[in-house]
Design a binder for this molecule. Structure first.
Ligand code: SAM
Ligand code: FES
Length: 343
């Protein structure tokens, strides 16, 4: 059996196989990796691409992750918060544009208390009962996660960032811990969220061993979603001078994840579109099946800067939606008006 077939049928991978797939220059092997991953995605989701409307509702954060442009120590970040009404108006705009999932993402902002999050989630769910609400607001207590779920949140994105303890320590200050983050993910799953983990490709100090740990963690957690995108430096962070993750490695990892976990909802991220003008198209062709255009109001978009040179910071939501449709149709895929649940 060929290497790719073996990974696909076993839905598992050895460290040697991973190293080989990430370092080989055998073009025919790489083409087979991509084509097989895409065929697997097609077998589950067809040629449909799910869209999520991303609403970046606060860039205040109490954390200080070394890689992140909105970390609390970045005094040059121009901070903002959207009001509940502003968030609802983003949803209305998004609904009219055909979005049926809204992703509320932000820094860990204590001003947004559990009561406030529950209020906005239940308002969205009652205004748009046919829509899913995804939260991506970091590490919270089990009680908080349960409250958000009871208020109507369906999904939760919490990238684990790296499953390797030594690597985790190099990306985060002492006050944060990998075991806590992993436990949050397990709690989210147990409560019943469609749960997403993930990591940056090419983050500083990442090794083959840490990437292997990432894949093993995905196999253990069996998340409904996995978000991976290249690390991109931000000029006002300790990692300002570090190189970005590469397109090539991100695409190979997208394909590998699709083979290991065929049903996973896998976005072609904005970061991928930032490091290459056709990054998102190539992400889909490598096995991704989700894109997340921005629904945030134009006046705050340029402030949610996790990394330098982020794309689409000046565009209206409608432009992003049309642009995405054009891009996906251009490679033979159809953007659908659908909640886009895990199958
Ligand atoms: N606060 C929430 C959390 O911690 O999950 C959500 C917001 S956080 C900014 C969302 C994701 O952005 C992180 O999980 C991280 O992987 C990604 N990110 C942060 N800085 C980045 C960078 N410099 N390059 C690429 N991705 C980055
Ligand atoms: Fe909090 Fe990045 S450090 S969102």
């Amino acid at each position: 059996m060929s290497l790719i077939e073996e990974i696909r049928t076993r839905q598992n991978i050895t460290k040697d196989q991973l190293v080989h797939l990430l370092t080989t220059e055998d073009e025919s092997l790489l083409t087979r990796l991509k084509i097989t991953a895409r065929a697997v995605a097609d077998s589950v989701y067809g040629n449909q691409i799910f869209i999520r409307g991303l609403i970046e509702f606060t860039n205040y954060c109490k954390n200080d992750c070394y890689y992140c442009g909105i970390r609390r120590s970045n005094t040059r970040s121009d901070r903002y918060r959207l009001t509940e009404d502003q968030i609802l108006s983003c949803c209305q705009n998004g609904y009219e544009l055909g979005f049926r999932t809204f992703v509320l993402q932000g820094g860990e902002d204590p001003w947004y208390s559990d009561d406030k999050i529950c209020a906005v989630v239940s308002r969205i769910r009652s205004s748009y009962p046919d829509c899913a609400v995804t939260l991506s607001i970091g590490e919270k207590s089990e009680e908080s996660y349960q409250r958000f779920f009871d208020a109507g949140a369906d999904r939760y994105l919490l990238r684990h960032e790296t499953a390797d303890e030594t690597h985790y320590r190099k990306l985060h200050p002492e006050e944060m811990s990998l075991s806590h983050r992993k436990n949050c993910l397990r709690t989210l799953k147990r409560i019943g969220y469609q749960t997403g983990c993930g990591f940056m490709v090419g983050s500083p100090f990442q090794t083959m061993d840490s990437l292997y740990e990432d894949l093993m963690f995905i196999l253990e957690l069996q998340p409904e979603m996995t978000g991976i995108g290249p690390f991109i430096p931000h000029k006002d962070t300790p990692f300002a001078d570090r190189p970005a993750g590469t397109l090539d490695r991100t695409l190979r990892l997208l394909s590998i994840i699709r083979l290991l976990h065929p049903h996973v909802l896998l976005p072609a991220t904005t970061a991928l579109g930032t490091i290459h003008p056709l990054g998102r198209e190539m992400g889909i062709q490598a096995g991704a099946n989700v894109v997340m255009p921005n629904l945030s109001p134009t006046d705050v978009r340029g402030k949610y800067l996790l990394y330098d040179n982020k794309i689409c910071t000046g565009d209206e939501a409608a432009e992003c939606r049309c642009c995405m449709q054009r891009r996906m149709e251009g490679i033979g895929y159809e953007v659908v008006t659908d909640r886009g649940d895990f199958r």
